[in-house]
Ligand binder design. Sequence first.
Ligand code: UDP
Length: 485
Amino acid sequence: MAAAHFVFVPLMAQGHLIPAVDTALLLATHGAFCTVVATPATAARVRPTVDSARRSGLPVRLAEFPLDHAGAGLPEGVDNMDNVPSEFMARYFAAVARLREPVERHLLLRADEGGAPPPTCVVADFCHPWASELAAGLAVPRLTFFSMCAFCLLCQHNVERFGAYYGVADDNAPVVVPGLARRVEVTRAQAPGFFRDIPGWEKFADDLERARAESDGVVINTVLEMEPEYVAGYAEARGMKLWTVGPVALYHRSTATLAARGNTAAIGADECLRWLDGKEPGSVVYVSFGSIVHPEEKQAVELGLGLEASGHPFIWVVRSPDRHGEAALAFLRELEARVAPAGRGLLIWGWAPQALILSHRAAGAFVTHCGWNSTLEAATAGLPVVAWPHFTDQFLNAKMAVEVLGIGVGVGVEEPLVYQRVRKEIVVGRGTVEAAVRSAMDGGEEGEARRRRARALAAKARAAAREGGSSHANLLDLVERFRPR
Ligand code: UDP
């Protein structure tokens, strides 16, 4: 019987690309052929993972298409979401949308390259409205892929559908999310689509909503049993079939694939494991703000001093060291010189093998910006989080971790940093960092209850991914449903 062929069109951003590739790999393990559309810059990041899957016999391939920088008026070198200045955001999305034609031509004319059957379904990131036209051109359905939780999707949907912000002039004034059994408050500035500074954003947001509403179904990297009422609520609100497939990070099982997930790590797997092996179970605080958020100078100092004062060993991922000013770099080097020799702290200067670290028994808590992938990865590892949102869906994910799942300690940040520009200087002081870390790691009865809930979530997540589990069954259903008839 001919196999389904899913064409994945991820957004060129780590938090979207990584779970999309993992989903493709999981579908491939169930016999579907998968093509992952990428630009050269993003392909370079995920090629080791895809190549190793191919070598082990999985029917998956990368299809690479360059961005038309000149045609879109985009500066050379701007090639993925972690390096797009906000003033070029609209042009970046325009350049990405121009991929439709070459991708469609490639899939129609050279469909069988690498043994591929004809495409049967497009699974495109919600940030790619043009993928609906791609699917129409290929005469196949288009599913929308979200690396967001259903709680966040439903909150966003309901505040918009019921006009909750109507008449509220202050972007930082909380409104109650309508239509939920639980009382959840959110401000306009905390909502995922709040990009005031980006020219042309409102029109783009309208296009995104149209594409979401018209798509043929939804695929989410979440776990049904973690948020059953929100999964059901979102499917009902959208009136479409929804497949939960998470936690997709569980595709990775060996040290080699865990360590290569998403990019080449700035530390070798052996060195990282040696450091972790020397620590007590549950003793290490892992600190990372994902692939886009970057703590500014004062914040880096307060964070470092707070971590040190907590007395717990920590791993701190210092993203893009070159973006730190001299003073912050000097501080970080001094901190490293103080903590590294005694094994009290490990600074990773660049990309960290996060999946490997979180899966190690020494991991004890995760200080996170609450990107959904990181939040879900923490829950899957059974870890409590220190929830420190910065922008987009991170505020709702933080509420999910703290208020819904009960595994998080907040640091009290309520206002966003607008995308890559500091609208208002928000610095979380060292005392708050220390207290939040202590609360997540120790915290008496409350801390123990949080850890218990985190362990229970990990069990649910693992059960969902196993044969007979909800996510496993949904993957099988996708493979079956999108076979050529
Ligand atoms: N990640 C990683 N190493 C890093 C930073 C991030 O492996 O140094 C991975 C992380 O495991 C997650 C993804 O990159 O899967 C980040 O996604 P998330 O939604 O947490 O945050 P974003 O980067 O989109 O803000």
